[in-house]
Write a protein that binds this ligand. Structure first.
Ligand code: 5SP
Ligand code: FE2
Length: 219
């Protein structure tokens, strides 16, 4: 099943002192990607539920929360309460991803599964039906502005094949180093949902960057 392309700018590359204004600079974005880091699962510390809740108040766009944290099952409810549309968590941080996904879906929130670059797809393909979104990390999680890892496209192709084989409408998202130079490769590998931080907020006109990314992903 093919979806319309979604472009989800990451506010990690925005000016945290002016988040409201930074979000208003990208009216053509589909989702707002919120990178949550705890200083343990990844060597960086960002924001938490109160900031997600504050962002929700200044935009009607879906909030796509990417949790790079230990023990995600303990925290997902706070992001649901904050108004998240999707909550994506790392398989490396839990022994029971399916239970967390079910908890999210029962709360009316989309559930996302994500894998670090070094984690192979094979143990997780069988659980795609439990998720609304699978996120392929194309950099090591923790920081914006890193280079795209083209080797991750094989993993994207494996999930795309399984999603299509089962006839699911699970979205296939990619995050890390997505730019005008890399987005077409990700599209060719079957991705339909794209996170971009530095390529959007590093551009002189972030909204124009969103439009360019969408057009490259679509063509
Ligand atoms: O989750 C992460 C990083 O861990 C991302 O969402 C980054 O924020 C994307 O930034 P760019 O690679 O697009 O600059
Ligand atoms: Fe992210």
């Amino acid at each position: 099943m093919s979806h319309p392309v979604v472009i989800a700018p990451s506010i990690l590359s925005a000016d945290f002192a002016r988040l409201d204004a930074e979000i208003q600079r990208i009216p053509d974005a589909d989702w707002i990607h919120v990178d949550v880091m705890d200083g343990h699962f990844v060597p960086n510390l960002t924001i938490g539920p109160p900031v997600a809740k504050a962002i929700k108040k200044v935009t009607d766009k879906p909030l796509d929360c990417h949790l790079m944290i230990e023990d995600p099952g303990r925290w997902v409810g706070d992001y649901v309460e904050a108004g998240a549309t999707n909550v994506t968590f790392h398989v490396e941080a839990t022994n029971d991803p399916v239970s967390i996904a079910r908890k999210l879906r029962e709360s009316g929130c989309g559930a996302g599964l994500t894998l670090k670059p070094g984690t192979s797809a094979e143990n997780y393909l069988e659980m795609v039906s439990e998720f609304d979104l699978v996120l392929i990390m194309s950099v090591e999680p923790g920081f914006g502005g890193q280079s795209f890892m083209p080797d991750m496209l094989d993993k994207a192709r494996a999930f795309r094949a399984e999603i299509d084989r089962l006839g699911l409408d699970t979205r296939l998202q990619i995050d890390g180093g997505i730019s005008a130079d890399t987005i077409a490769q990700a599209a060719a590998a079957g991705c339909d949902t794209y996170v971009a931080g530095s390529a959007v907020y590093g551009a002189e006109d972030p909204n124009e960057a969103v439009r360019t990314l969408r057009s490259l992903a679509t063509s």
